[in-house]
Design a protein around this ligand. Sequence first.
Ligand code: NIG
Ligand code: FE
Length: 444
Amino acid sequence: MTNLRGYRASRVVTCDPKIANGSNELGVIENGVVVIDDARVAFVGRESDAPPVRNWTDCGERVITPGLIDAHTHACWAGSRHDEYVARMAGGDYRAIAAAGGGILSTHRAVMAASEDELVHQLTGRLSRMLRLGVTTCEVKSGYGLVADAELKQLRAIARASKMPNLPHIVPTFLALHAVPPGVDRDQYVASVVNETLPAVAREQLAQFVDAYIDANAFTAEQGRAIATAARAHGLGIRMHVGQFADIGGAELCADFSAASADHLEHIGDAGIERLAAAKTHAVLLPTASFLLRQAPPPIDKLRAAGIALVVASDANPGTAPTESLPLAMALAVRLYGLTPAEAILGATRNAANALRLGDRGVLASGNWADLCVWELPHEFAILQPWGVSRTERVVCSGIEDRARSRPSADMTTKASSPASRERESVTKSREGEGSRPPRKNPR
Ligand code: NIG
Ligand code: FE
């Protein structure tokens, strides 16, 4: 146990249900410590109870949280939709632009033209910026390739990124039905995805989940059922885009298959809510997308009253959510959707982990991955305020610190660090300057 490293802070936000209670929903330990042993958490609690630690980092009057988990992104894409954005801001309609061959099909053309290397380059750039925003696990969907070869190209790019160091852990999702490629019959397309693309994805083990866009302007619940049936037959999890524009039975479909999550839900009826609650399917809220589309929020009070676990995700994509920022989505979840600050934080940590079926993160507890953020902020609720900027001071992913971000800000150094703690910090820094570590494999 000689390699133990510890972080002290005035607020350690564990998100651990075993520590949380009615007056401490986030399981905060004041003046707490997190001790890590290589890639795993070894101890969380009071320093007096901690095992012997050689290297301490004193974070002072700052907040430590679990690393954030972005449970819904389309981060693997190429091209730019700035022209479409300008047209939409001038009054153009998202669905009308899509129907005229823009929207998802515009990014489809760019992804078709891009090499796998180019997709890896674009994706890893986004993921490294997300890491600096505090994201240590990121779900990434395909869904712009549309035709089999290009979907596989996207998923292979995602798989390559998942083996690279200094990026968030990746959870790959095959977005099987997103749009129909030009010139292809809709029913034939669904059949080819079920019979050819999905089996190929499963054979190459390129996805953990399968997704489909079930909506009035997209695919029917019956088409989604064919995909979900095939996904289940191949042992893959299910999560779906549901009710973004209309309630056409997507929630009921998710419930029928005990889907891990139903995402969007701006338009969901009482029957769908009841079914999702009974199936214990998570609701993934995407406030950045509904903000951009000028939509009313989902029925949050009803979802909450039904006891459905709420997740907040970025939906990062070039059309409806032109951002890479999960903290921005959390801020909008509070401002636009009326989530409490604690709900927004749990929605991007513990609940997000559960929605991705990951039992080893999202909570700071021993045995979990050593994924954590040190925020240069005095309280966890302050994470919801500094819109548009990154306020992480340190991001630790599988025990590895993102050194590019590890610099105390001038205004907090004096207050945060005693001379003794500064010395301890310099010990930590010199240790960490030893050189790059070997590539980290993504945990599975
Ligand atoms: O989650 N609604 C479908 N898919 C994405 C948007 C994709 C795009 O416009 O490129 C979403 O909002
Ligand atoms: Fe999406």
